[in-house]
Design a binder for this molecule. Structure first.
Ligand code: PBG
Length: 332
């Protein structure tokens, strides 16, 4: 790298006007880089607010159809689907996750019929369906890896058959990517993508999401540290990413976002595969609250964070602000 010496070189020359700054900009956020998480509820016409996630609502299928249409018009390529199912449908096995008439398969069928090109990415994990709020089955007081995978394979199949073009395992069981890939292939679903939450950390920043899907109260007693990564570790995240690619993952997710840019950068540099960053609910909520308190400007703050994900190596960002930022980009 040649930086030259002052005063022969003055780096500020290339920062002096907005036009030259635009010319030398190395990284950009576009609507095509953004993926919007959505929360689905069973009441077809309803919209409900989510504590601590202002600006985001849970939606029944009818408002969701309009909302996804707006996202498509804005140039956003896809959505991540999460469900908030009634507590009476939750049980220890999370059996509602396998119901082909459940709210997520139903939403996928309807949205697929309306929007053939939209990426419909379904979360694969049991936490939205279990009464204990864990992502897997509990046997002898432990999260049972292999028994959980068998259920996740069936869940992935139900979602793929309903019209999801991608399934996204967020459960962090060992070996689930390969098993899900094989399970889908054996059933003629070889075109369905597996987008792996390869590097998912046991993070406190998932709090507002757990409110949104209703898994928080049950999980308050526990935590997910026996399956999600420890924030102390970086090499281990590389093993996770490498293993998931070997098992057939089409894309990798690093989660959370801002505090894990080092992991994002390392994974992208090493594997050069499509790599997504997830700006999680707690990060979004922190910025929202700060903006609502007048501490910082929302539009600038959110766009700056998304630009940083791109600079660190993200091909795309999953963010609750996807729609708003796409609207902002359209204005400017
Ligand atoms: C669970 C899942 C979680 C998120 C996405 N999928 C929560 C968890 O692991 O407890 C968190 C997303 C967010 O906080 O925005 N399978």
């Amino acid at each position: 790298m040649h930086s030259g010496r002052y005063p022969d070189t003055r780096l500020r020359r290339n920062r002096s006007t907005s036009s030259v700054r635009a010319l030398v900009a190395e990284h950009h956020v576009k609507p095509a880089d953004l993926l919007q998480p959505v929360f689905v509820i069973p009441e077809h016409d309803a919209t409900t607010t989510i504590p601590n996630l202002s600006g985001i609502t849970r939606m029944g299928i009818n408002p969701l159809i309009d909302y996804v249409g707006t996202l498509q018009d804005l140039g956003i390529p896809g959505i991540f689907l999460f469900g908030n199912i009634p507590s009476c449908q939750r049980n220890a096995e999370g059996s509602e996750a396998l119901n082909p008439e459940g709210i997520i398969p139903e939403a996928a069928r309807v949205l697929r019929a309306h929007y053939p090109e939209m990426m419909l990415i379904a979360d694969v994990a049991l936490d939205c369906y279990t009464d204990h709020g864990h992502d897997g089955l509990i046997l002898d007081g432990k999260i049972a890896n292999d028994a959980t995978i068998e259920v996740l394979c069936q869940q992935a199949q139900v979602l793929a058959e309903a019209g999801c073009d991608s399934v996204s395992p967020s459960d962090m069981m060992d070996g689930r990517i390969g098993c899900i890939r094989q399970h889908l292939d054996q059933r003629g679903l070889c075109d369905v993508r597996v987008i792996s939450y390869a590097c998912k950390y046991a993070s406190v920043f998932y709090g507002p999401f757990r409110n949104a899907v209703g898994s928080n109260s049950s999980l308050l007693k526990g935590n997910k540290r026996t399956y999600q990564l420890s924030p102390t570790n970086s090499d281990e995240a590389m093993h996770e990413a490498g293993q998931d690619l070997d098992e057939g993952a089409d894309m990798l997710i690093i989660k959370p976002g801002l505090a894990y840019l080092d992991i994002l950068h390392r994974v992208k540099e090493t594997f050069r595969k499509p790599t997504l960053s997830y700006q999680v609910s707690g990060e979004y909520a922190m910025l929202r609250h700060a903006a609502e308190a007048g501490i910082l400007d929302w539009d600038q703050a959110i766009l700056e964070t998304l630009t940083c994900f791109k600079r660190a190596g993200a091909d795309a960002i999953i963010t609750y602000a996807a729609k708003e930022v796409a609207e902002q980009l359209q204005r400017t």
